[in-house]
Ligand binder design. Sequence first.
Ligand code: AVJ
Length: 314
Amino acid sequence: MNNTFAKDIIEGLTAKNKYLSSKYFYDDNGSRIFQEIMQMPEYYLTDSEFEILSLQAQQIVEALGFNQAFNIIELGAGDGLKTFKLLEYLVNKDIPFNYVPIDISQEAITLLSEKLKERLPKLSLQPKVGDYFEILRETSEHKIPSLLLFLGSNIGNYSEEKASQLLQLFNDNMNSNDKLLIGLDLKKNPITIHNAYYDSLGITKRFNLNLLIRINREFDADFKIDDFDFYCHYNPLNGEVKSYIVSLKAQTVHINTLNTSIHFKQNELIWTELSKKYALSEIEILAHKANFSVKHHFLDCKHYFTDSLWEKLA
Ligand code: AVJ
Protein backbone atom coordinates (compact mmCIF):
# COMPACT_ATOMS: atom_id res chain seq x y z
CA MET A 1 0.00 0.00 0.00
CA ASN A 2 2.67 2.46 1.08
CA ASN A 3 4.72 1.28 -1.90
CA THR A 4 2.04 2.11 -4.45
CA PHE A 5 1.64 5.50 -2.80
CA ALA A 6 5.42 6.05 -3.11
CA LYS A 7 5.37 5.00 -6.76
CA ASP A 8 2.37 7.23 -7.49
CA ILE A 9 4.02 10.25 -5.82
CA ILE A 10 7.16 9.89 -7.94
CA GLU A 11 5.22 9.24 -11.14
CA GLY A 12 2.79 12.12 -10.53
CA LEU A 13 5.26 14.76 -9.37
CA THR A 14 7.85 14.06 -12.07
CA ALA A 15 5.28 14.16 -14.90
CA LYS A 16 5.24 17.12 -17.27
CA ASN A 17 1.85 18.12 -15.90
CA LYS A 18 2.05 17.20 -12.22
CA TYR A 19 -0.78 15.21 -10.61
CA LEU A 20 -1.62 13.24 -7.45
CA SER A 21 -4.69 11.03 -7.05
CA SER A 22 -7.57 12.14 -4.83
CA LYS A 23 -7.75 8.60 -3.49
CA TYR A 24 -4.84 9.61 -1.23
CA PHE A 25 -6.91 12.40 0.39
CA TYR A 26 -8.43 9.93 2.83
CA ASP A 27 -5.97 9.37 5.68
CA ASP A 28 -7.47 9.83 9.17
CA ASN A 29 -7.19 13.64 8.93
CA GLY A 30 -8.51 13.75 5.39
CA SER A 31 -11.48 11.58 6.32
CA ARG A 32 -12.28 13.99 9.13
CA ILE A 33 -12.03 16.99 6.79
CA PHE A 34 -14.34 15.19 4.35
CA GLN A 35 -16.90 14.86 7.17
CA GLU A 36 -16.69 18.66 7.54
CA ILE A 37 -17.23 19.06 3.78
CA MET A 38 -20.37 16.92 3.95
CA GLN A 39 -21.74 19.28 6.60
CA MET A 40 -21.12 22.47 4.59
CA PRO A 41 -24.30 24.13 3.30
CA GLU A 42 -22.63 24.55 -0.12
CA TYR A 43 -21.94 20.82 -0.46
CA TYR A 44 -25.46 19.91 -1.62
CA LEU A 45 -24.53 16.36 -2.71
CA THR A 46 -24.90 14.79 0.74
CA ASP A 47 -28.20 16.50 1.53
CA SER A 48 -29.66 15.59 -1.85
CA GLU A 49 -28.75 11.93 -1.53
CA PHE A 50 -29.97 11.84 2.07
CA GLU A 51 -33.31 13.21 0.86
CA ILE A 52 -33.60 10.55 -1.86
CA LEU A 53 -32.90 7.66 0.50
CA SER A 54 -35.17 9.10 3.20
CA LEU A 55 -38.22 9.99 1.12
CA GLN A 56 -38.06 7.30 -1.57
CA ALA A 57 -36.99 4.21 0.36
CA GLN A 58 -40.30 2.48 -0.35
CA GLN A 59 -40.15 3.20 -4.11
CA ILE A 60 -36.55 1.99 -4.28
CA VAL A 61 -37.35 -1.26 -2.46
CA GLU A 62 -40.40 -1.88 -4.67
CA ALA A 63 -38.35 -1.32 -7.82
CA LEU A 64 -35.87 -4.02 -6.73
CA GLY A 65 -38.54 -6.66 -7.29
CA PHE A 66 -36.89 -9.09 -4.87
CA ASN A 67 -39.50 -11.47 -3.44
CA GLN A 68 -37.18 -13.22 -1.01
CA ALA A 69 -34.48 -12.31 1.51
CA PHE A 70 -31.57 -10.37 -0.02
CA ASN A 71 -28.20 -8.77 0.73
CA ILE A 72 -27.44 -5.06 0.66
CA ILE A 73 -23.74 -4.76 -0.09
CA GLU A 74 -22.39 -1.23 0.28
CA LEU A 75 -19.07 -0.49 -1.44
CA GLY A 76 -17.17 2.14 0.55
CA ALA A 77 -19.73 2.48 3.34
CA GLY A 78 -17.78 5.16 5.24
CA ASP A 79 -19.93 6.55 8.06
CA GLY A 80 -23.03 5.02 6.44
CA LEU A 81 -25.28 7.84 7.55
CA LYS A 82 -27.14 8.22 4.25
CA THR A 83 -27.86 4.52 4.05
CA PHE A 84 -29.36 4.53 7.54
CA LYS A 85 -32.77 5.73 6.33
CA LEU A 86 -33.04 2.90 3.80
CA LEU A 87 -32.02 0.31 6.41
CA GLU A 88 -34.45 1.76 8.94
CA TYR A 89 -37.31 1.51 6.44
CA LEU A 90 -36.58 -2.17 5.74
CA VAL A 91 -36.19 -3.09 9.42
CA ASN A 92 -39.44 -1.32 10.38
CA LYS A 93 -41.27 -3.15 7.57
CA ASP A 94 -39.84 -6.51 8.73
CA ILE A 95 -38.41 -7.14 5.26
CA PRO A 96 -35.69 -9.83 5.58
CA PHE A 97 -32.21 -8.73 4.44
CA ASN A 98 -28.53 -8.71 5.49
CA TYR A 99 -26.52 -5.49 5.43
CA VAL A 100 -22.91 -5.99 4.32
CA PRO A 101 -21.00 -2.68 4.56
CA ILE A 102 -17.53 -2.85 3.03
CA ASP A 103 -14.76 -0.33 3.61
CA ILE A 104 -10.97 -0.38 3.52
CA SER A 105 -10.89 1.49 6.83
CA GLN A 106 -11.20 -0.79 9.88
CA GLU A 107 -11.91 2.29 11.99
CA ALA A 108 -14.83 3.38 9.79
CA ILE A 109 -16.34 -0.13 9.88
CA THR A 110 -16.01 -0.45 13.66
CA LEU A 111 -17.68 2.92 14.25
CA LEU A 112 -20.46 2.20 11.78
CA SER A 113 -21.15 -1.23 13.30
CA GLU A 114 -21.37 0.16 16.82
CA LYS A 115 -23.77 2.88 15.74
CA LEU A 116 -25.99 0.46 13.82
CA LYS A 117 -26.15 -2.08 16.65
CA GLU A 118 -27.33 0.67 18.92
CA ARG A 119 -29.81 2.36 16.59
CA LEU A 120 -31.13 -0.72 14.72
CA PRO A 121 -30.68 -3.69 17.10
CA LYS A 122 -32.78 -5.99 14.86
CA LEU A 123 -30.57 -5.41 11.80
CA SER A 124 -28.71 -8.44 10.42
CA LEU A 125 -25.21 -7.00 9.99
CA GLN A 126 -22.12 -8.57 8.38
CA PRO A 127 -19.47 -5.85 8.09
CA LYS A 128 -16.35 -6.55 6.01
CA VAL A 129 -13.00 -4.80 5.87
CA GLY A 130 -11.03 -5.02 2.66
CA ASP A 131 -11.04 -5.12 -1.11
CA TYR A 132 -14.43 -4.73 -2.89
CA PHE A 133 -13.93 -7.45 -5.43
CA GLU A 134 -12.72 -10.26 -3.22
CA ILE A 135 -15.71 -9.68 -0.99
CA LEU A 136 -18.09 -9.41 -3.97
CA ARG A 137 -16.88 -12.75 -5.26
CA GLU A 138 -17.51 -14.38 -1.86
CA THR A 139 -21.03 -12.98 -1.63
CA SER A 140 -21.96 -13.90 -5.20
CA GLU A 141 -21.67 -17.52 -4.07
CA HIS A 142 -24.65 -16.90 -1.77
CA LYS A 143 -27.88 -18.00 -3.38
CA ILE A 144 -29.90 -14.93 -2.45
CA PRO A 145 -30.07 -11.78 -4.58
CA SER A 146 -27.97 -8.72 -3.79
CA LEU A 147 -28.39 -4.99 -4.06
CA LEU A 148 -25.02 -3.29 -4.51
CA LEU A 149 -24.75 0.30 -3.27
CA PHE A 150 -22.13 2.64 -4.71
CA LEU A 151 -23.28 5.99 -3.36
CA GLY A 152 -22.04 9.53 -2.87
CA SER A 153 -20.99 10.21 -6.48
CA ASN A 154 -17.76 8.31 -5.86
CA ILE A 155 -17.86 7.17 -9.50
CA GLY A 156 -17.33 10.85 -10.44
CA ASN A 157 -13.68 10.61 -9.39
CA TYR A 158 -12.90 8.20 -12.25
CA SER A 159 -12.05 9.08 -15.84
CA GLU A 160 -14.56 7.87 -18.40
CA GLU A 161 -12.42 4.85 -19.22
CA LYS A 162 -11.66 3.91 -15.59
CA ALA A 163 -15.31 4.35 -14.62
CA SER A 164 -16.39 1.95 -17.37
CA GLN A 165 -13.79 -0.60 -16.26
CA LEU A 166 -14.90 -0.40 -12.63
CA LEU A 167 -18.59 -0.73 -13.50
CA GLN A 168 -17.86 -3.65 -15.83
CA LEU A 169 -16.02 -5.31 -12.96
CA PHE A 170 -19.07 -4.82 -10.70
CA ASN A 171 -21.17 -6.34 -13.46
CA ASP A 172 -18.88 -9.37 -13.83
CA ASN A 173 -19.24 -10.09 -10.12
CA MET A 174 -23.04 -9.82 -10.06
CA ASN A 175 -25.65 -12.58 -10.52
CA SER A 176 -28.38 -12.05 -13.12
CA ASN A 177 -31.05 -10.81 -10.71
CA ASP A 178 -28.75 -8.55 -8.65
CA LYS A 179 -29.16 -4.76 -8.82
CA LEU A 180 -26.85 -1.77 -8.49
CA LEU A 181 -27.94 1.53 -6.91
CA ILE A 182 -25.38 4.14 -7.92
CA GLY A 183 -25.19 7.78 -6.78
CA LEU A 184 -24.32 10.34 -9.47
CA ASP A 185 -24.17 14.12 -9.27
CA LEU A 186 -26.13 15.86 -12.03
CA LYS A 187 -25.24 18.83 -14.22
CA LYS A 188 -26.95 21.95 -12.89
CA ASN A 189 -26.44 25.70 -12.57
CA PRO A 190 -22.63 25.94 -12.80
CA ILE A 191 -22.56 28.47 -9.96
CA THR A 192 -24.11 25.93 -7.57
CA ILE A 193 -21.44 23.39 -8.52
CA HIS A 194 -18.63 25.92 -8.32
CA ASN A 195 -19.66 26.95 -4.81
CA ALA A 196 -19.76 23.33 -3.58
CA TYR A 197 -16.03 22.97 -4.34
CA TYR A 198 -14.82 26.56 -3.92
CA ASP A 199 -16.28 27.01 -0.44
CA SER A 200 -15.96 30.32 1.39
CA LEU A 201 -14.35 28.89 4.54
CA GLY A 202 -11.61 27.11 2.60
CA ILE A 203 -12.46 23.65 3.92
CA THR A 204 -11.96 22.10 0.48
CA LYS A 205 -8.62 23.89 0.28
CA ARG A 206 -7.60 22.28 3.58
CA PHE A 207 -8.81 18.93 2.22
CA ASN A 208 -6.43 19.27 -0.76
CA LEU A 209 -3.44 20.68 1.13
CA ASN A 210 -3.76 17.87 3.69
CA LEU A 211 -2.33 15.65 0.96
CA LEU A 212 0.97 17.59 1.18
CA ILE A 213 0.90 17.34 4.99
CA ARG A 214 0.39 13.59 4.60
CA ILE A 215 3.40 13.30 2.27
CA ASN A 216 5.50 15.37 4.71
CA ARG A 217 4.62 12.96 7.51
CA GLU A 218 4.78 9.64 5.66
CA PHE A 219 7.81 10.35 3.44
CA ASP A 220 9.76 12.90 5.49
CA ALA A 221 9.15 15.67 2.93
CA ASP A 222 9.37 19.44 3.46
CA PHE A 223 6.37 20.91 1.63
CA LYS A 224 5.78 24.37 3.13
CA ILE A 225 2.01 24.39 3.18
CA ASP A 226 1.72 28.21 3.19
CA ASP A 227 3.56 28.34 -0.13
CA PHE A 228 0.76 26.39 -1.82
CA ASP A 229 -2.83 27.32 -2.59
CA PHE A 230 -5.92 25.66 -4.02
CA TYR A 231 -7.76 26.26 -7.27
CA CYS A 232 -10.70 24.51 -8.85
CA HIS A 233 -12.70 24.96 -11.99
CA TYR A 234 -16.03 23.62 -13.25
CA ASN A 235 -16.42 23.25 -16.99
CA PRO A 236 -20.15 23.12 -17.67
CA LEU A 237 -19.55 21.91 -21.23
CA ASN A 238 -18.08 18.56 -20.16
CA GLY A 239 -19.35 18.39 -16.56
CA GLU A 240 -15.87 18.19 -15.04
CA VAL A 241 -14.80 19.85 -11.79
CA LYS A 242 -11.00 19.72 -11.69
CA SER A 243 -9.14 20.58 -8.51
CA TYR A 244 -5.53 21.67 -8.24
CA ILE A 245 -2.83 22.60 -5.75
CA VAL A 246 -0.95 25.73 -6.88
CA SER A 247 2.69 26.48 -6.07
CA LEU A 248 2.76 30.16 -5.04
CA LYS A 249 6.46 30.54 -5.84
CA ALA A 250 9.41 28.85 -7.50
CA GLN A 251 10.55 26.30 -4.94
CA THR A 252 12.20 22.93 -4.45
CA VAL A 253 10.71 20.30 -2.19
CA HIS A 254 12.71 17.39 -0.80
CA ILE A 255 11.02 14.05 -0.27
CA ASN A 256 13.71 12.42 1.83
CA THR A 257 12.35 8.89 2.15
CA LEU A 258 12.01 8.72 -1.63
CA ASN A 259 15.43 10.30 -2.23
CA THR A 260 13.80 12.80 -4.55
CA SER A 261 13.68 16.57 -5.02
CA ILE A 262 10.82 18.15 -6.92
CA HIS A 263 11.08 21.61 -8.47
CA PHE A 264 8.02 23.82 -8.81
CA LYS A 265 7.78 26.89 -11.03
CA GLN A 266 5.74 29.79 -9.73
CA ASN A 267 2.03 29.05 -10.32
CA GLU A 268 2.74 25.48 -11.35
CA LEU A 269 -0.19 23.12 -10.69
CA ILE A 270 -0.65 19.67 -9.21
CA TRP A 271 -3.93 18.24 -10.52
CA THR A 272 -5.56 16.41 -7.61
CA GLU A 273 -9.16 15.54 -8.40
CA LEU A 274 -11.84 15.02 -11.02
CA SER A 275 -15.46 15.29 -9.83
CA LYS A 276 -17.60 14.54 -12.86
CA LYS A 277 -21.21 15.72 -13.22
CA TYR A 278 -23.63 13.89 -15.52
CA ALA A 279 -26.70 14.45 -17.65
CA LEU A 280 -29.28 11.67 -17.37
CA SER A 281 -28.62 10.78 -21.04
CA GLU A 282 -24.90 10.30 -20.25
CA ILE A 283 -25.81 7.99 -17.38
CA GLU A 284 -27.75 5.76 -19.78
CA ILE A 285 -24.65 5.52 -21.99
CA LEU A 286 -22.38 4.82 -19.01
CA ALA A 287 -24.71 2.01 -17.89
CA HIS A 288 -24.92 0.40 -21.34
CA LYS A 289 -21.15 0.45 -21.85
CA ALA A 290 -20.81 -1.66 -18.69
CA ASN A 291 -23.65 -4.04 -19.64
CA PHE A 292 -26.37 -2.55 -17.47
CA SER A 293 -29.75 -1.04 -18.22
CA VAL A 294 -31.21 1.75 -16.12
CA LYS A 295 -34.39 0.69 -14.32
CA HIS A 296 -35.12 4.00 -12.66
CA HIS A 297 -33.52 7.33 -11.74
CA PHE A 298 -34.46 8.41 -8.21
CA LEU A 299 -33.93 12.20 -8.06
CA ASP A 300 -34.14 14.64 -5.15
CA CYS A 301 -36.76 17.42 -5.36
CA LYS A 302 -34.25 19.95 -6.71
CA HIS A 303 -33.03 17.52 -9.37
CA TYR A 304 -29.44 18.00 -8.22
CA PHE A 305 -28.55 14.32 -7.73
CA THR A 306 -29.66 10.83 -8.75
CA ASP A 307 -29.51 7.42 -7.15
CA SER A 308 -30.00 5.32 -10.27
CA LEU A 309 -31.08 1.70 -10.13
CA TRP A 310 -29.30 -0.47 -12.68
CA GLU A 311 -29.88 -4.08 -13.65
CA LYS A 312 -27.60 -6.50 -15.41
CA LEU A 313 -28.31 -6.95 -19.13
CA ALA A 314 -28.84 -10.58 -20.08
C1 AVJ B 1 -16.44 11.87 -2.20
C2 AVJ B 1 -15.47 11.87 -4.35
C3 AVJ B 1 -17.78 12.31 -4.11
O1 AVJ B 1 -15.81 14.57 -5.64
O2 AVJ B 1 -17.47 15.54 -4.64
C4 AVJ B 1 -15.59 16.79 -1.97
C5 AVJ B 1 -14.92 14.41 -2.75
N1 AVJ B 1 -13.82 16.63 -3.15
N2 AVJ B 1 -15.07 18.03 -2.14
C6 AVJ B 1 -16.52 14.76 -4.64
C7 AVJ B 1 -14.79 15.90 -2.63
C8 AVJ B 1 -13.99 17.92 -2.84
C9 AVJ B 1 -16.23 14.00 -3.35
N3 AVJ B 1 -16.44 12.53 -3.50
